[in-house]
Design a protein around this ligand. Structure first.
Ligand SMILES: CC(C)(COP(=O)(O)OP(=O)(O)OC[C@H]1O[C@@H](n2cnc3c(N)ncnc32)[C@H](O)[C@@H]1OP(=O)(O)O)[C@@H](O)C(=O)NCCC(=O)NCCS
Length: 205
């Protein structure tokens, strides 16, 4: 069998659309309950609100396979350099998507905000595109995450995972993450996320 070559590298501006599409394979899992719309509209909201700026200096790692983006990691850490996002004016946003949908998306985003500590590298999101899963790309991305944390002299890597996401949870356990806390969702959140709770996990370096 042809051995796939996986290049783990920093995000570049030319990757924007592909990176956004792969990222949405993760976010849309959560957002579709909020917006009751398909992936295209959610992707376009993320783009127009500047939730992920196209010009980034740091914080996004990609896995490239034969010229395509196969995986994306979004990292948070103190002092992360990010260029100003180009976002649509609020008026235009409301006209395009409606106020209620925008508020719902914003509310959901707030839920996933995590205050990073000085000594922490937080994995805000990790996703491998469906057709590339279970080939070791996620594990390779984690190796790079650890390298980054060590270079920055950070002491721990943290992440959050829905307890319904057994396959991701098992991977994190195998990579040495331990459960730190579990937060039980409200009924409304349970409906949105199709999960009872989420687990906060950590790996000490
Ligand atoms: C979670 C995710 C990023 C993992 O990426 P991946 O590239 O599939 O990860 P890997 O291939 O390194 O590991 C995944 C699987 O292979 C197994 N595996 C990989 N390398 C292995 C090895 N050397 N030995 C044994 N098992 C191995 C893992 O145990 C795991 O088992 P599974 O097939 O039952 O899931 C990916 O499944 C994904 O994008 N999921 C959807 C989005 C998501 O849920 N993200 C996480 C949100 S917190």
């Amino acid at each position: 069998m042809h051995i796939m070559e996986v290049l783990i590298r920093r995000y570049e501006e030319k990757d924007f659309i592909e990176m956004l599409n792969v990222t949405m394979e993760l976010w849309n899992l959560k957002m579709k309950h909020y917006t009751k719309k398909g992936i295209d509209i959610n992707t376009s909201i993320i783009k127009d609100t500047g939730t992920i700026p196209s010009k980034l200096n740091e914080g996004i790692i990609v896995a490239e396979v034969e010229g395509s983006i196969a995986g994306v990691v979004h990292l948070d850490f103190i002092g992360k350099k990010v260029k100003e996002a180009e976002k649509m004016s609020v008026l235009k946003l409301v006209k395009k998507y409606g106020l209620v949908r925008l508020l719902r998306v914003r509310k959901m985003g707030k839920f996933f905000e995590h205050k990073v500590k000085e000594d922490e590298l937080h994995v805000h999101g990790i996703v491998v595109s469906n057709r590339f899963r279970s080939m070791g790309i996620g594990s390779k991305l984690f190796k790079e995450i650890e390298n980054i944390a060590e270079k920055k002299n950070l002491k721990k890597i943290t992440l959050e995972v829905l307890d319904s996401n057994i396959s991701a949870y098992n991977l994190y356990k195998r990579l040495g993450f331990i459960d730190v806390a579990k937060s039980v969702f409200s009924r409304q959140q349970q409906q949105y996320f199709k999960s009872n709770s989420h687990v906060y996990m950590m790996k000490k370096l």
